[in-house]
Design a protein around this ligand. Structure first.
Ligand code: SAM
Length: 368
């Protein structure tokens, strides 16, 4: 399998994302003789070979099932082994479209971390584009490199073990098919580092001279954003803007319009029922705690029923305030207004995104 293309049939050695539930996706490399043990049953890898990606797989004894999904960067992001904080699709998709990352783009990324965003970048730029990603933590670098290799992404990606703040981004002996104008010549930069402002001055010699270059710095604190903005300004980056991506789910529905008259009637009705209940308890000779009262004992006068024009088809006893007969949302016999409501916040904010651009003429004047 490869993150660059799709295939139908699962073979030995393929990466499969076993979908157990929305928040439970397990990446597995299909290996003869192995099995995936879950609370939904056991799933032998041997049976996966020859099945189609996307298919539902029943458990060993026909109990429970999982789905075998084809890996995409979006699914990988929610299933990968975390070695660091990662960039999720809510942010990465926004950054990719805002910086106009497309097939053929040349990306500079630091640090690689768990490789979550690296997968999205590598897939999006495709085999025509290039990704230069840097990680200074050696064990993380080794793991990310192996993962990129296993996923076929070294076809367009170079991962470098480097401290970009102290040692910059330049690479010696770049393979020819990765070079442009003899170097990296990046047209998009993404920095997810604790101190991006110390790496920004090092970008001069690795970004494109010919085209407009976009940068995004991903920082969790506003103090970091302030330092980043100062460094960007000092280096001649323009159009600086900070964005926060906060996911919200909106619910749109109809709300019944109720007359004040109806509300007053309803309040009177409640008071009358309450009063009748108290009287009934006082007067009842045979009253025992827990006795059920007959509904006719607390029936209210006819004038407590709502407007006959609105409720004529619904019969006596209809209550527009929720109890009693149910009204279908949007029922034409009633007046409605459209309302929207924010549902519980989706957890999406992880950082502030600071965007800026470098125009080629500024870049040339600033170069050393
Ligand atoms: N964006 C990544 C992802 O989506 O998986 C996560 C990046 S993680 C938050 C930050 C990474 O930057 C860490 O792995 C850290 O080791 C690395 N890092 C920090 N300072 C660095 C530096 N000066 N040079 C290179 N990498 C650095």
């Amino acid at each position: 399998m490869s993150f660059f293309e799709y295939k139908d049939i699962i073979e030995e050695g393929d990466l499969v994302l076993a979908f157990l539930g929305r928040n439970n996706i397990k990446p597995i490399t299909v290996t003869k003789g192995s099995q995936l043990n879950t609370r939904y049953g056991n799933f032998e890898h041997d049976r996966m070979i020859g099945m189609k990606y996307g298919e539902q797989m029943p458990g060993a004894r026909g109990v429970g099932f999982i789905h075998l999904l084809y890996p995409t960067p979006e699914l990988w992001t929610v299933s990968l082994p975390h070695r660091t904080q990662i960039v999720y699709t809510t942010d990465s998709s926004y950054i990719i479209q805002r910086l106009n990352v497309t097939s053929g783009s040349r990306i500079i990324e630091a640090g690689t971390g768990s490789g979550s965003f690296s997968h999205s970048f590598a897939r999006t730029v495709g085999l025509e584009g290039r990704l230069f990603t840097y990680e200074f933590h050696e064990p993380r670098y080794i793991e990310a490199r192996k993962e990129l290799e296993d996923h076929g992404l070294l076809a367009n990606t170079i991962i470098t073990h480097r401290d970009v703040c102290n040692d910059g981004f330049e690479i010696q002996n770049i393979p020819e098919d990765f070079q442009k104008n003899g170097g990296i010549c990046g047209d998009v930069v993404f920095l997810d580092l604790p101190s991006p402002w110390t790496a920004i001055p090092n970008l001069k010699n690795v970004i494109s001279h010919e085209s407009r270059v976009g940068i995004c710095c991903f920082s969790p604190c506003i103090e970091q954003v302030e330092k980043t903005v100062k460094a960007l300004e000092a280096e001649g980056w323009t159009n600086i803007e900070m964005v926060e991506v906060a996911g919200r789910r909106w619910e749109a529905r109809k709300d019944m319009v109720k007359d004040v008259k109806d509300v007053v009637k309803r309040l009177k009705d409640i008071q009358t029922r309450k009063h009748q209940g108290i009287e009934h308890r006082k007067n009842s000779k045979n009253h025992n705690v827990g006795d059920k009262r007959d509904i006719k004992d607390v029936e209210t006068a006819d004038d407590s029923t709502p407007e006959p024009t609105k409720f004529q088809n619904l019969g006596k006893g209809f209550n527009p305030f929720g109890k009693g007969l149910r009204v279908r949302e949007g029922d034409e016999q009633f007046q409605w207004r459209n309302v929207t409501k924010i549902e519980t916040e989706i957890k999406s904010h992880t950082s502030y995104l600071t965007f800026a651009y470098m125009n080629p003429n500024v870049r040339l004047n600033n170069s050393v």
